[in-house]
Design a protein around this ligand. Structure first.
Ligand code: FAD
Ligand code: 2HG
Ligand code: ZN
Length: 472
């Protein structure tokens, strides 16, 4: 059976693109956080949509499960196979061509295996901004971004990956090719198939191509770090920037003192330029298409207002690009510092801005009381109400032992607060296998049953990424 499948794949792909040797497969079998390791019968590296479709047809006939994979940087174990050794990984990395930049339509058509950073760079050569931006952009792929509906740091101005997508090309669970590669900003022709596949984490189809929106490159960006003393003034500050800077506000990221302490421990060169380790350090970015002077003056005026209103106690404006980059580096390195420290318990959550104060105050108090000495690594895309409310054991306590004993009650405590505040248990990282069990309770029976019905309709054999997002 196994040999027979491989022989069939050999009729489609050169044998160098069919990885069966253990050493060759290893890099595809463990997720970025090293939380999940699986086995696979083979890792296939197709070079075109027709090859993907032909592979899926073979797997469908054999009832063999397929794990679609991009850069394998996801946080929920969605791209990692199970331990059976019977699943096939289809990694899209060879499908990495920009198909077209349509200047008049302001769109870019891409193969799903294009690395996010390379798309940003390609767009910039034509004077365009491709706004999706996240810490993994050097290795994640647009197919993975679409499949997880990734967020990142520009969402408050440009939306998440779903909002940037106009068209898709998808291979279905039956091995058919759906060509929806249209760059239309309006198309009301019934059910929106594109939006069904975006965020489906490889469970409904394999995304092989996409048409994405482009925007004019801003001519000037100003970045500042400010200190706030509490979350109430931070939200008021956000509202002030939203009111005064409107669409010029392109970044509003929050880092707590505890998050930056972890950075300092592992990356000592990344010192916070603000004085005295404030409780909250906020990174704010304004982008302008008018002039350097216009946006700088606006930033200075809003900051002055914020000082006068007692919302901020300190501010540093980046004086050049390299200092602005160093502010962003400090923010992006929190994830890397956490990985250096040990496997923390992640909570990628969204809370309505009006409930953030209550969420943080109450959850901080409860969790510190129940787990004395615990470290709360709370940071995130505050402009979107998206917190990365991550939990690490007290200093010196073994991560593995702590997580084993406390993972469940920690999640229960945090997620019950999320429900109280009418938030979401996954803001931008998805569900994968990590949050599979909690989904029914979170979404409610009706929504969960509708999701099941969709999965059954599109993938009745349950061969696309089974037991990820939803089990049928
Ligand atoms: P993978 O990890 O390979 O796959 C993710 C899921 O999508 C899996 O379920 C997989 O089966 C499916 N999939 C992949 N490709 C396809 C395809 N072509 N068709 C169908 N299904 C597919 N995420 C954010 O949202 N915001 C952030 O700010 C952010 N920052 C990060 C920072 C770091 C340092 C790291 C390591 C990760 C970060 N992430 C962030 C998480 C991750 O980068 C994103 O989820 C990203 O979109 C995953 O892309 P990928 O190509 O690596 O997908
Ligand atoms: C970020 O915003 C990523 O940096 C990672 O989404 C969050 O480390 C995390 O939990
Ligand atoms: Zn994030």
């Amino acid at each position: 059976m196994k040999a027979n499948l491989i022989t069939q794949f050999e009729s489609i792909l050169l044998s160098k693109y069919i990885l069966t040797d253990e050493d060759d497969k290893t890099p595809y079998l463990t997720d970025w956080r090293k939380r999940y390791t699986g086995k696979a019968l083979a890792v296939l590296l197709p070079g075109s949509v027709t090859e993907v479709a032909a592979i899926v047809k073979i797997c469908a006939a054999a009832g063999t499960a397929i794990i679609p994979q991009g850069g394998h940087t996801g946080f929920c174990g969605g791209a990692t196979p199970d331990s059976s050794g019977e699943q096939i990984i289809i990694n899209l990395k060879r499908m990495n061509q920009v198909r077209e930049i349509d200047i008049a339509n302001q769109t870019i058509s891409l193969d799903a295996g294009c690395i996010l950073q390379s798309i940003q760079e390609k767009a910039a050569t034509q004077g365009f901004l491709f706004p999706l931006s996240l810490g993994a952009e050097g290795s994640c792929m647009i197919g993975g971004n679409l499949a997880t509906n990734a967020g990142g740091t520009n969402v408050l101005r440009y939306g998440n990956t779903r909002d940037l997508c106009l068209g898709l090309e998808v291979v279905t669970a039956q091995g058919e090719i759906w060509n929806g590669m249209k760059g239309l900003r309006k198309d009301n022709t019934g059910y929106d198939l594109r939006d069904l596949f975006v965020g489906s984490e490889g469970t409904l189809g394999i995304i092989t191509g996409a048409v994405m929106k482009l925007y004019p490159l801003p001519i000037s960006q100003w970045t500042t770090l400010v200190a706030t003393q509490d979350i109430t003034s931070t939200i008021t500050l956000l509202n002030l920037f939203q009111k005064r800077a409107t669409s010029l506000l392109t970044g509003f990221e929050m880092m707590t003192e505890e998050s930056l302490a972890l950075n300092q421990k592992h990356f000592p060169h990344m010192a916070n330029p603000l004085k005295g380790n404030p409780p909250y350090t906020i990174l704010i970015e304004l982008s302008d298409h008018e002039s350097e002077e216009h946006v700088k003056l606006l930033l200075e005026t809003i900051l002055e207002e914020a000082f006068e209103a007692g919302l901020i106690s300190d501010a540093v404006i980046a004086s050049n690009l390299s200092q602005a980059n160093s502010f962003w580096q400090m923010r992006e390195h929190i994830t890397l510092a956490q990985a250096e420290e040990g496997a923390n318990l992640k909570h990628d959550i969204t809370i309505p801005l009006s409930a953030l104060d209550s969420f943080i105050t109450e959850t901080d108090t409860l969790i510190r009381a129940q787990f004395p000495g615990i470290r709360i690594i709370n940071f995130g895309h505050l402009g979107d109400g998206n917190l990365h409310y991550n939990i690490a054991p007290p200093p010196g306590v073994d991560f593995k032992a702590f997580n084993l004993a406390n993972e469940k009650p920690v999640h229960e405590l945090v997620y019950s607060q999320v429900e109280r505040c009418k938030g979401s248990i996954s803001a931008e990282h998805g569900v994968g296998q990590l949050k599979l069990d909690g989904l029914r309770a979170h979404k409610g029976e009706v929504a969960h049953d509708l999701m099941k019905a969709i999965k059954k309709a599109l993938d009745p054999q349950n061969i696309l990424n089974p037991h990820k997002v939803i089990s049928i």
